[in-house]
Design a protein. Structure first.
Length: 254
């Protein structure tokens, strides 16, 4: 196993240019140019009910059902227990529902309500990849007034792959064999950026942001994308059984 795929365990509390010198000459290795990101597949999520104001997060089209309905991956702490969830994208605002959730790893799958499914059908799921240390890019929706629904891409750097020992979305300890498959990332993360997709330079989705350090500016944390595989399968089964069947009672996150 190479150093880029080594798995380490990191404890998280929720709350360059390569230069080669030859003689007198310095040769700089050019960074690969980032691919055009599939940002039309990234949407803003606004959820209402748990707090006085809307909870803003980010979601990414990650798969489809057999009927062609897009499924969006986001963080569970932004949508758990909410009375109303809306996806803002493709030129409109559409009602959505939670169809699968993992509160231990802070992941949730959203699907548009049946009446809005056709309006989002043209959104294409992104390609998924394997995270390695190196340059990346984060896509978010800064909450800055009139432009609050405009995307922003931020340069990021994946420091390492890790297994993250942290609480679930209800601040309960997680079993040792359920440590979160994660990434340590250097990128600015603000309130409302949770769920933001982390893309590698080839345009593939490798993780989603869920937290940042209060002590070290720019030190942030993402969940590796492969952690969502079982959740995606569960969502497809859920929608295969019944379009608008509620998932069941899930409490709001603190």
């Amino acid at each position: 196993m190479t150093s880029t795929s080594t798995t380490r365990v990191t404890r998280v509390v929720v709350a360059g240019v390569l230069v080669a010198i030859v003689g007198l000459f310095v040769v700089r290795q050019r960074r690969p140019e980032p691919q055009v990101l599939p940002t039309t597949s990234v949407v803003l999520v606004e959820a209402f009910g748990c707090k006085r104001t809307a909870t803003r997060t980010v979601a990414t089209a990650i798969a489809r059902t057999e009927a062609g309905t897009p499924l969006f991956l986001t963080v569970a702490h932004g949508v758990a227990g909410q009375d109303l969830i809306e996806v803002v994208g493709n030129g409109g605002r559409f009602a959505a529902q939670v169809v699968a959730i993992n509160t231990e790893w802070d992941l949730a799958i959203l699907a548009p309500r049946e009446r809005d499914a056709s309006a989002l059908a043209e959104i294409q799921p992104v390609d998924r990849g394997t995270a390695v240390a190196g340059e990346a890019r984060l896509v978010v929706f800064p909450n800055d007034g009139a432009t609050a629904t405009m995307q922003q891409q931020r340069p990021a750097r994946i420091v390492k792959r890790t297994r993250i020992r942290t609480e679930d979305i209800y601040l309960r300890d997680v079993a040792e064999d359920r440590l979160r498959p994660g990434l340590e990332v250097r990128v600015e993360v603000n309130v409302g950026d949770s769920g933001g997709p982390l893309f590698a330079n080839d345009g593939s989705l490798v993780g989603i942001i869920w937290g940042t350090s209060r002590k070290t500016p720019g030190r942030s944390w993402a969940t590796r994308i492969e952690a969502a595989d079982e959740l995606i399968a569960a969502a497809q089964v859920q929608l295969g059984d019944s379009r608008d069947t509620p998932l069941g009672l899930v409490a709001c996150a603190p």
